[in-house]
Structure formats: structure tokens, C-alpha cells
Ligand binder design. Sequence first.
Ligand SMILES: [Zn+2]
Length: 103
Amino acid sequence: MACNCFEKISNDLDQRFREAVKENCVEVVESEFENHGFVIAKGDWSPIYLKYIFRYRKAKKNGSPEVRCTNLENSVFMSYCPFCGTKFEGEDGKNAEIQATFK
Ligand SMILES: [Zn+2]
């Protein structure tokens, strides 16, 4: 990994939350950043992706908008660490700029 920012900050936040709730916490069920990406390719990738959401209303046959929204989304991996600016080199040194759809 290009840097250890995500691991370092995750550990720091986990410790702080555990300390804050230690009086009445029986079990920690989840403690992590949201939007963990899973890249099969070897190499250096951001462990977190940004989710872009596009919500819209389709038109009914009479042209009026549907009540419910239709959601589309796409996930984008970051090319640089948002904490220290180190570039993620991706597979075999290729640019890590990729887009992947998670659903
Ligand atoms: Zn970093």
C-alpha cells in the first residue's frame, strides 16, 4: 500500500469509540470506514471508494412524475490518498483511476 493512512485512522477512531462507550458496550458489531472497495487486481488501490448517486423520477404514461424515485449509482476509486496525497499506483504501476459499479 502506498501509505497506511486508512489503517492508522481506522485504528485511531476505533480506539476512541471504544473508549467513549466502554461503560456500556457489550459487543462492537462494526467498526470501519463505509464503502470498502474490493479490487481483485493486484497492486495498490484505494481501500475506499466514493459513491455517486443519481436519483430521478420517471415519467408516468400521462407525463406526470412517478411518486417513487429511481436510483442509479456508480462508485469511483480515488487515485490519491485523501489524507496524505500519496498516489495509488494501481496494478503494475498503472494509474489507479478506475470506475467500478457496485450494486
Ligand atoms: Zn495516505
